[in-house]
Design a protein around this ligand. Structure first.
Ligand code: NAD
Ligand code: TYD
Length: 348
């Protein structure tokens, strides 16, 4: 019996990782540690909350003592660390929150794991989940590989880059068995509607403007969240210690084209006239320090671990829209209260 501690499991990606591990590994005990910030939502895990191999703990990774207590009590063999502040726009207005959670929180977890494992590394693993944004921005050509130098531009990506460095430093200095994954933009069910795709789905449903930053020519490489969870499972179980894997969808879209595609599919599904939702597109002030283009070269994980995306973008987007259409209560819950205040401040 293995005990795996997953941090940030009530968030967007974390909830898919938790569900996958709880379902696929009935002989593991899965501990979901999450502070339930605005982005954490236990509704994301309603379907598995009563499984016998699942435990939820509400705790903040910035609390050093609490992390120590939890590690000593549950004695995890593995950690999959996803808890983070994850939104670039919020990092621009509150950078220190990102330093606290993403940097200090990660170091607290590394220290708690190091103390518990005490040099007995056999069968132990610390898997750090990171982003392609640590590599900075690409021009019109080229891809991020595992060898690309770090060049973060936003407070978010700078904090994630810092946490990646700490994780690798614990491997180099103390011999901790670590792996790092750097993934491109995810989309799918349970995506918090402050991010581009769910924000636009929500606004199309409510006939509200679709805010496109700058000229809309910024490019992202989109991956269906379940394919990210599958990749994490593979790397966690099969990678050699110390390895890094880039994960991406081979699926680049300029924001404006992506939003038009979303409008097209939504018009069809909502029985609206062709072109109706596109009229909601509104160009707004650009994000400061906006990275032009991200694109992942996922050759290494494909060749070494046999991973590739299981759904096309058209299928993934369709599944995502369908999920949001049949879970409007979820959307109403997360877009009430604090979300409204955030939205008014960000877009007015
Ligand atoms: P999210 O914002 O949806 O979820 C983050 C989760 O972490 C929430 O449940 C939140 O409650 C929890 N959390 C935040 N601060 C915490 C703290 N101090 N202590 C304990 N829990 C805390 O984020 P996401 O989009 O699911 O991203 C998960 C991870 O994957 C992050 O590390 C992010 O950097 C990385 N990542 C995200 C993407 C993406 O496209 N969303 C792409 C690549 C990598
Ligand atoms: P986002 O979903 O915030 O992810 P990230 O910044 O981590 O890539 O943004 C995706 C792209 O969409 C990015 O280029 C910024 C842009 N964007 C908009 O044009 N309008 C918006 O309202 C948001 C939230 C993002």
């Amino acid at each position: 019996m293995k005990t795996i501690l997953i941090t940030g499991g009530a968030g967007f990606i974390g909830s898919h990782v938790v569900r996958q591990f709880v379902k696929n590994y009935p002989n593991y005990k899965i501990i979901n540690l999450d502070a339930l910030t605005y982005a954490g939502n236990l509704e994301n895990l309603k379907d598995i909350e009563n499984e016998p191999n699942y435990v939820f703990i509400k705790a903040d990774i910035t609390d050093e003592e609490r992390m120590d207590e939890i590690f000593q009590e549950y004695q995890p063999d593995g950690v999959i660390h996803l808890a983070a502040e994850s939104h670039v726009d919020r990092s621009i207005s509150s950078p220190l929150e990102f330093v606290k959670t993403n940097v200090l929180g990660t170091v607290n977890l590394l220290n708690a794991a190091k103390k518990l494992w005490n040099g007995n590394w056999e069968g132990k693993r610390f898997h750090h989940v990171s982003t392609d944004e640590v590599y900075g921005a690409l021009g019109d050509t080229g891809f991020f590989t595992e060898e690309t130098s770090y060049d973060p531009h936003s407070p978010y990506s700078a904090s994630k880059a810092s946490s990646d460095h700490f994780v690798r430093a614990y491997s180099d200095t103390y011999g901790m068995p670590i792996v790092v994954t750097n993934c491109s933009n995810n989309y799918g069910p349970n995506h918090f509607p402050e991010k581009l795709i769910p924000l636009c789905i929500h606004n199309i449903l409510n006939n509200k403007p679709l805010p496109i930053y700058g000229d809309g020519k910024y490019t992202r490489d989109w991956l269906y969240v379940i394919d990210h969870a599958i990749a994490i499972d593979l790397v966690f179980h099969q990678a050699e210690n110390g390895e890094t894997y880039n994960i991406g969808g081979f699926n680049e879209w300029q924001n404006i084209d992506l939003v038009k595609e979303l409008c097209r599919q939504m018009d069809e599904k909502l029985g609206r006239e062709k072109g109706e939702s596109e009229k909601l597109i509104t160009f707004v002030k650009d994000r400061p320090g906006h990275d032009l283009r991200y694109a992942i070269d996922a050759t290494k994980i494909n060749k070494e671990l046999g991973w590739k995306p299981t759904v096309t973008f058209e299928e993934g987007l369709s599944l995502t829209i369908d999920w949001f259409l049949s879970n409007q209560e979820w959307l109403d819950h997360v877009t009430s209260g604090d979300y409204q205040k955030y939205y008014d401040k960000q877009y007015n």
